[in-house]
Design a binder for this molecule. Sequence first.
Ligand code: ARG
Ligand code: ZN
Length: 889
Amino acid sequence: KEVFLKDYKLPDYYFDTIDLDFSLGEERTIVSSRIAVTPRVKGSSPPLSLDGQDMKLISVKVDGNELKEGEYHLGPKRLTLSSPPLDSFLLEIVTEIYPQKNTSLEGLYKSSGNFCTQCEAEGFRKITYYQDRPDIMARYRCRIEADKELYPVLLSNGNLVEQGDLEGGRHYAIWDDPFKKPCYLFALVAGKLKSRDDSFVTCSGRKVDLRIWTPEQDVPKTAHAMYSLKAAMKWDEEVFGLEYDLDLFNIVAVPDFNMGAMENKSLNIFNSKLVLASPETASDEDYAAILGVIGHEYFHNWTGNRVTCRDWFQLSLKEGLTVFRDQEFSSDMGSRTVKRIADVSRVRTTQFPQDAGPMSHPVRPHSYIKMDNFYTGKTWHTVTVYRKGAEVVRMYKTLLGSQGFRMGMDLYFKRHDGQAVTCEDFFAAMRDANNTDLANFLLWYSQAGTPFVRVTSNYNAEANTFSLKFSQEVPPTPGQPVKEPMFIPVIIGLLDSAGKDMVLSSMYHDGTLQSVEKDGQPVHSTILRFTKKEEEFVFSGIKDRPIPSLLRGFSAPVRLETDLTDDDFFFLLAHDSDEFNRWEAGQVLGRKLMLKLVGDFQQNKDLVLNSKFIGGLRSILIDQSLDKEFIAKAITLPGEGEIMDLMAVADPDAVHAVRTFMRKQIARELKSELLGVVASNRSSEEYVFNHPNMARRALKNKALAYLAGLEDPECHELAMQEYKSATNMTEQFAALVAITQTASETRDEVLSDFYNKWQHDFLVVNKWFALQAVSDIPGNVENVKKLLNHPAFDLRNPNKVYSLIGAFCSSPVNFHAKDGSGYEFLGEVVVQLDKINPQVASRMVSAFSRWKRYDETRQKLAKAQLEMIVSVNGLSENVYEIASKSLAA
Ligand code: ARG
Ligand code: ZN
């Protein structure tokens, strides 16, 4: 049942208002809805088809008259009224549902005894019969009734308008949301919860009550989430002029949640791990993730809720844009360069491989079998719709400038507030507000695959010109054999022999001499608009041969190949004014070196590490003028996945061996500097979440990881000391990771010490699972199997599955073990998991999707598992789509 973008049709009926009534119970929950329906074309009454599944229909009424069988048709996934009235009418439906049995965690379900909902993308159809599509926007009123003792708190979207007690120990609350919304933004929560309360006064003086709800014992851990929320509200006013629009904003944290969080109107629901934090239990990364995701969901209030998507193909309209906004928010709250490096690494290590494999699809896909797969995880659609989508939004800003981008956003809201729109509408707002021609920019939404850009440079000493010849190629992807050239913005600078940016004033392009000045002033960097298959840009007035710094800040999501030499890259590493490109120069050198050593390893040659490379790392490491977190990133080698992605046949054993060798060699040669870094970056001060402190911890932890990898007693002892003396999770966990990376006598002891310390805290226990699951220690699959039976493990909780199974799949050596044990293990787990939670199962099965990248033996083993999976009776569409597409490619 594949759905296609080109088949979009306007709905035949609109829903103007909906009154929902929930009677929550332990055995059954009764849902009654009253919907005001209007036909799109008056006087015509085509059948009205409503989505709905996994529930019992009790009654259907039209204008107060109960319909008899025959007047409607009920299938397993829909309810159809054969001939509705010709004009507006009232539709009343009563259904019975069983949230306590709902392990899929979509629709209405129970998490640790509380009721909660997840409706995006298509979960509302598990609550009641409805036109479950985002272009049906209605005004909601919601009455919730439940046992007062078990569920003292009753929440839904909008404003609380009434509440009171009922007979039999029950009570009720009525919520009214003044903003029209699609049903995917509906939410309900009922449970034993306590809140942290605060408030925010908006720029126009509206006082907004802010509440973050959790079980009582967790309330102290919500301080950082509240700080993040207030910072996000302020930031959106300052940067985008966007103000919150209700008097109340609620966030609820639940332990069982498929994804990170959900932007339901005024009632955001979060995975606990993205709300709860204390210095003792959460790491710097956790704190940063909370800041980013609290921001993300809050920002959706305008980019997603006030202006939403016409259909699910447009998902990137809200997600690409909102990811871009949360990235900018985090940059402004911390270090812009470091944030950019992290985001680019993520695109490169997850999206690029996807774009080169069987799951490759455009930012706006053309078809799908199961919508949820658009969100499913790091290894599947989110990376393209969300991450590449955010890169596309960033390119508008690059091309139009901050002001121009803001004008485009303003126009977008002016035109589309209250509407369900498309990616073209966003494009048109950007274009029209700036009165500019964005050429074939829209191809970024429709063409899949990562463009491959080649640059050759030439300096002409007589003419004082420097030429850059660009060519591009977009590789074929499933269903798209032939591609057009894309519009690629390339930010560049030219370094002189002292490493300073040259002044740029004019260049030849398209046969004419063009000024590259800005506001009449010469510039130090400029944006080349590269739109054709091949194109040349020639800078004039260049007195010396420059070293070009290309694609600064990663100004477009492309793979870049240049004719620069290693010496050029060492020069850029030492001098580029664009810090992102300084980091990038080191990564280019690292990638080249690793690939070369992998070749040596495969030919059984001795491995030797280039001393110039170590020298480059040393000078970064001891450079006091650099940001410490930047240093930590710059001395980190490209990941194993990234290198495998660059090989014709991925060889996990060789890549792992080489990276381990390089890390040891670096640690050996830089031992005294690294020891110095650890010593000088200790601090006994209280934990603070701010950039300088995080940067200090990041650098110290990176140094410790290198040292502990040496397996020498002195370094091992150092790591043990750090572990014992740490007063926050960031440092304690980093020390634990450092100690346990290799097999040692103390490994098991420290692991059980950590577990004993933290067994009462499920979020910390998840870190403990993940740490063991990713381990490179040979034969680790046996340990992971044992952990499946650990009392703290539970296949029904997504976080635990991601920690243990997900982390295991990211271990190159053990998941890809040549005897097939890793694949077999995953195959079994996916089948089991699919019966419990198809969304989580499909995230896990996507670990197989790149099976063709490996050698024949591994291919055979992985393929056998995929075949076994697709042959399972009653397999979910979620898993089927990914497994079958993987096999077909
Ligand atoms: N819209 C949410 C976000 O971007 C993602 C929720 C998707 N959840 C799901 N189960 N499909 O944060
Ligand atoms: Zn989102």
